[in-house]
Each structure stands twice: as structure tokens, then as C-alpha cells.
Write a protein that binds this ligand. Structure first.
Ligand code: SAM
Length: 272
């Protein structure tokens, strides 16, 4: 541009969710929340221009950063050329096997593009899971994921994630901490996979369908929900709920993932 030195960086591409985090404190909080451990590989999703990567490089024994933007990949490779423990992988995170890239114990981090937040979270929650995941996501999504049963924000997303991981909202990050500024605020979300997931890998898909179906009727009592979901009469519905210790008058929004898992198993044992 006339009168200005050309920037060595390509301009932000909105299509790829490129809102770069420029607030040093927020970046530090993300790196602290990841807390890389000896022997662990840290996988970063969407390093962008390297703001978070710069902090992780000094803390991680091994760092794999996955970037889909073909214009940013050579910039990143040049930036970390002198750091042999850093690998920049070009590609779409959803097409890659993260455990295969990690080759051992791993943790996952990313200021992830909003348009693929939920698929990224569920990709990471598939077994073998990382030890920790820290995502900078839209604030409302972080609040929903971390919401306890009975709260307004608790829903299918909360129950599905909390069946597999402990969820914490670490800190809120205002829109002004990014360039270019996004339309919404963000928050740092940390997920720690449970040593005792409430469902097995085989149960995950039917559990998710049950939870989705129940929250489709979140204001109804469970006796009505179960009647509709399993095509049962009133007595059958009450017996099923009684068998798994759920009050017939409870509403889906008050049930934790353990209760849905009990319901899934009890319903699986119903005569066909
Ligand atoms: N980590 C940087 C920061 O905090 O400033 C960049 C964050 S920006 C919100 C999201 C980054 O993810 C962008 O660099 C974008 O190109 C990249 N990205 C978008 N979709 C992706 C995908 N499917 N796989 C990998 N990276 C992706």
C-alpha cells in the first residue's frame, strides 16, 4: 500500500474464523490452563500468526500445530525453523487423527474457529482422549458446556460433554482482545476427560440421541418424555423411570449425565 511497508503477513481471512488474539494476559491464561507436563505432546489447533504458539514453544516438550491456511503455513514454518520440537502440520483438524500425531500422552489447545467448535470438541472427546483440552470459544458455548444440571444454560451439549469430561469456564475474554474484533465475547474452556466416563464408546451415539431427544422436550416431565421417546404407556414409563431412580415428575434440564446413562441402559433392557 502506498506510503506503508508491505506486511509480511497475509490479511485475516474471515472465512477461516481468523480473529487473532492480541491480549497478552488472555494468551498467558490459556497457556497456564494447558499446563504442559513433561513427556506430553501439545497439539495446537489453528496457530494462526503464532501468538499462542510463541508461549507454548517455551513450555512444551513437543508441539504440533495444525493450520489449514496454506498462506500461514510457510510463515509459521519459518518462524519456528530454529525449534526442532515444533512441527507445523498443514491441514484441516477434522480430517486428522490427533492421537496419531501425538504419539503418546498429549494435551490439546486452540483458539478455535467458531464455526467448527462443537465438532472439534467431540472429535477430541473420542477415545483415546487427551489429558486436558483448553479451547477459547464463543462465551455462550463455554457457558453452555460448563453449566451444571438445573441451571438455565444446561442442555444437550452440557450433558453430552459432561458425560465424558469435567468442564470448567476458566476466564471470560472480551471481543476487544482480538484483531479483527469479533461480534461476540469469548471464554476459555478447559475440559478434563473423566477417569470414569458415564458411557462406553459404544454407548456414546445412543446416549447422544437420547439426550438430544429429551432436551427437545426440556420443559416436559420425564414421564411424558419417556412415553414419547420409547412409545410406552403411562405405567410402562413410570416403571422404567423407577428402575433407574428418576422421578417421573423431573424435567430433563435437572438430570445429570449419570441419570441419562441409567435411563439408556434400562431402556435397552425393555422387552421388544
Ligand atoms: N491461535 C491464533 C490466535 O490465537 O491468534 C489464531 C486463532 S483464529 C481464531 C483460528 C485459526 O484456526 C486460524 O488461524 C484459522 O486459519 C485456523 N483454522 C480454521 N479452520 C481450521 C481447520 N479446520 N483446521 C485447522 N485450522 C483451522
Amino acid at each position: 500500500m502506498h506510503g506503508r511497508r508491505p506486511s509480511p503477513l497475509p490479511p485475516p481471512r474471515k472465512r477461516l474464523g481468523q480473529h487473532f488474539l492480541t491480549d497478552r494476559r488472555a494468551l498467558e491464561r490459556i497457556a497456564d490452563a494447558v499446563d504442559p507436563q513433561p513427556g506430553e505432546t501439545i497439539i495446537e489447533i489453528g496457530p494462526g500468526r503464532g501468538a499462542l504458539t510463541d508461549l507454548l514453544v517455551d513450555r512444551a516438550e513437543r508441539l504440533v500445530a495444525i493450520e489449514v491456511d496454506t498462506l500461514l503455513v510457510p510463515v509459521l514454518r519459518a518462524r519456528y525453523a530454529a525449534s526442532p520440537h515444533v512441527r507445523i502440520v498443514e491441514g484441516d483438524v477434522l480430517d486428522l487423527s490427533l492421537p496419531a500425531l501425538a504419539e503418546g500422552a498429549w494435551a490439546l489447545v486452540g483458539n478455535v474457529p467458531y464455526y467448527i467448535t462443537t465438532p472439534i470438541i467431540f472429535q477430541a472427546l473420542r477415545s483415546p482422549r487427551p489429558s486436558r483440552m483448553v479451547f477459547l470459544v464463543q462465551r455462550e458455548v463455554a457457558e453452555r458446556v460448563a453449566a451444571p444440571p438445573g441451571s438455565d444454560a444446561y442442555g444437550a451439549l452440557s450433558a453430552n460433554v459432561q458425560a465424558l469430561a469435567r468442564a470448567e469456564l476458566v476466564a471470560r475474554v472480551p471481543a476487544g482482545a482480538f484483531h479483527p474484533r469479533p461480534k461476540v465475547d469469548s471464554a476459555i474452556l478447559r475440559l478434563t476427560p473423566r477417569p470414569d466416563p458415564v458411557v462406553t464408546p459404544e454407548e456414546e451415539a445412543p446416549f447422544s440421541r437420547l439426550v438430544q431427544g429429551a432436551f427437545g422436550q426440556r420443559r416436559k416431565q420425564m414421564r411424558r418424555v419417556v412415553r414419547a421417546l420409547y412409545d410406552l404407556g403411562g405405567e410402562g414409563a413410570e416403571a422404567l423411570l423407577g428402575a433407574c431412580g428418576i422421578e417421573a415428575t423431573a424435567r430433563p434440564e435437572t438430570l445429570g449425565p449419570e441419570a441419562f446413562a441409567r435411563l439408556l441402559r434400562a431402556a435397552g433392557a425393555l422387552p421388544r
